[in-house]
Design a protein around this ligand. Structure first.
Ligand SMILES: [Zn+2]
Length: 113
């Protein structure tokens, strides 16, 4: 389950940023997930809650946004957006794609108090 390691590294970043802002508590976290990251939302929420144990973010609200991934299609020779795994190029339906972004998890925003 790679969600837990992603959440642990996200949590390090969250705590670091919260401390920089002198926050006592993190009330909400926004995460952006690339559409090709293979991250399952349920697993992510569960992992996030365990990673948040005994941190400033314990019990905070978690907002998850999925971002389409950007890939290079060799057939069309252009950069395209893909929403799902195993989905071909939206222009030509081909699968000769090189993913350029959208396979990771990113901390978008924090709400602290
Ligand atoms: Zn194409």
């Amino acid at each position: 389950m790679h969600e837990i390691s992603l959440c642990l590294s996200a949590m390090e970043l969250i705590e670091q940023q919260a401390r920089q802002h002198g926050a006592k508590r993190v009330t909400a976290v926004w995460l952006e997930i690339g559409a090709l990251s293979c991250i399952e939302e349920h697993a992510l929420r569960f992992s996030f809650a365990s990673a948040a144990h005994h941190t400033l973010a314990e019990g905070c609200q978690l907002e998850i946004e999925y971002l389409p991934a950007r890939a290079w299609c060799w057939t069309c020779s252009m950069s395209v957006l893909i929403e799902k795994h195993d989905e071909g190029c939206p222009q030509c339906g081909g699968h000769q794609l090189r993913v350029e972004s959208g396979d990771s998890l990113r901390l978008k925003q924090l709400e602290v108090e």
